[in-house]
Ligand binder design. Structure first.
Ligand code: ADP
Ligand code: MG
Length: 385
């Protein structure tokens, strides 16, 4: 990868620094179920506070679809963020215009203001140039610290670079360096484990991956469509029969590329229904012995409905095995995706892999070898004038 600027190359003292974060944190019953995205943002925020920058945070939250909707307000997140920092986090009720200007003027250097959900304006997702310019007007420098949003060509990720210099925040920098060093020339054999609920969301990924990896393990709901394609009875399990053709194509492409495809051989089902909820014991053993053959594993998507015990058994067993082999120095391991990280944390091994990425979609596109729109903008450095 060509190089990008970081906080080391730019003076931020007494500057208005726009920081794009991914504060789209999972909140259930008003409780944060996983605060990884907040804790990963802290190095950049603390450094900017220390350097006496005026920090203006940009983020989206949920999918309000271009409409103001209190349900998707970032205001509670501002309160929450305050608990993680030594300074109060101000809040602006709009991310552009008068409200944003006013809140920024009232924030001291060394202080933080969080602007309201970017996606309350439909122009954000349209990468509208005028909207990008209105965001850019609020600051002197743009720091992208949201790798997990950088596969999207949105105004706060890409368009804003037409008006401001772009530098990488510390989390972005760490993520790019780690993925680059681990996955550019991975030690082989290389395994990918792909799980999750549906094939449709990862079809393109699977198609691209079979020519890149030595082992492809499929689990979760998405494996069902492949089982169906092979003529296996899957009862009432979640599947996408209209994708059987594509499943066949992927199976054939795996064969052509000497990629060993591993599908579930046995399953866990709920009482009284033939509905596949998790992989079974034989499948777990098969995956573990394939892992013994590998030097690198990349994992996205739990292999079962891990939120509902006992259907977390397969994912937890694999998490433990990968963590153990990593700790023994026998395996390089990378995992990414919101649910995948939640699953690793549930297994108690969230910090025992070589690297964990908070990004889901962006991580997958990276794996496919695609150029991420936000990373291209970062590499281009933005507007230096
Ligand atoms: P990530 O967030 O890590 O990218 P995904 O969102 O793709 O992962 O997949 C996680 C979801 O897949 C979980 O909600 C899990 O319950 C679901 N899932 C896993 N296995 C199955 C299955 N057999 N049937 C239905 N859903 C499943
Ligand atoms: Mg998910």
């Amino acid at each position: 990868m060509s190089s990008f600027l970081t906080l080391d190359q730019i003076n931020v003292t007494q500057q208005n620094v726009l920081v794009r974060l991914d504060l789209n944190i999972p909140i259930r019953n008003q409780e944060v179920s996983d605060d990884t995205r907040i804790t990963r943002a802290l190095p950049t925020l603390n450094e900017l506070i220390k350097k006496d920058a005026r920090i203006i945070i940009l983020s989206h939250f949920g999918r309000p679809k271009g409409q103001v909707n209190p349900e998707f307000s970032l205001q509670p997140v501002a309160r929450l963020l305050t608990e993680y920092l030594d300074c109060p986090v101000h809040f602006a009720s709009d991310c552009i215009g008068e409200a944003a200007d006013f809140a920024i003027r009232n924030t001291p250097y060394g202080g933080i203001v969080l602007l309201e959900n970017l996606r309350f304006h439909r122009e954000e997702e349209q990468n509208d140039p005028y909207f990008a310019q209105q965001l850019a007007q609020l600051g002197d420098i743009f720091v992208n610290d949201a790798f997990s949003c950088s596969h999207r060509a949105h105004a706060s990720v890409v368009g804003i670079g037409d008006y401001l210099p772009i530098v990488a925040g510390r989390a972005m920098q760490a993520e790019l360096m780690a993925l680059q060093s681990i996955l550019k020339e991975p030690k082989r054999p290389l395994m990918t484990i792909a799980g999750g609920s549906k094939v449709s969301t990862k079809l393109e990924l699977l198609t691209n991956l079979v020519s890149k990896v030595d082992y492809l393990v499929l689990g979760g709901g998405m494996a069902n469509t492949f089982l169906l394609a092979q003529g296996t009875d899957i009862g009432e399990s979640l599947a996408e029969p209209d994708l059987i053709e594509q499943a066949h194509t992927i199976i054939a492409k795996a064969q052509e590329n000497n990629c060993t495809l591993i599908l579930p051989q046995d399953y866990a089902t709920p009482d009284g229904a033939f509905k596949i909820m998790d992989i079974g014991v034989t499948s777990i053993r098969t995956i573990q012995s394939a892992l013994d053959q590998c030097q690198t594993v990349v994992w996205n998507g739990p292999v079962g409905v891990f939120e509902v015990p006992p259907f977390d058994k397969g994912s937890v067993a694999i998490a433990h095995y990968i963590a153990q082999k990593t700790q023994e120095g026998k395996l390089v391991s990378v995992a990414g995706g919101g649910d995948t990280l939640a699953c690793l944390n549930k297994a108690g091994v969230g910090d025992q892999l070589t690297y964990t990425s908070t990004a889901g979609g962006a991580f997958l596109e990276w794996l496919e070898g695609k150029t991420l729109a936000g990373i291209s903008a970062l590499l281009a450095g933005g507007s230096q004038s």
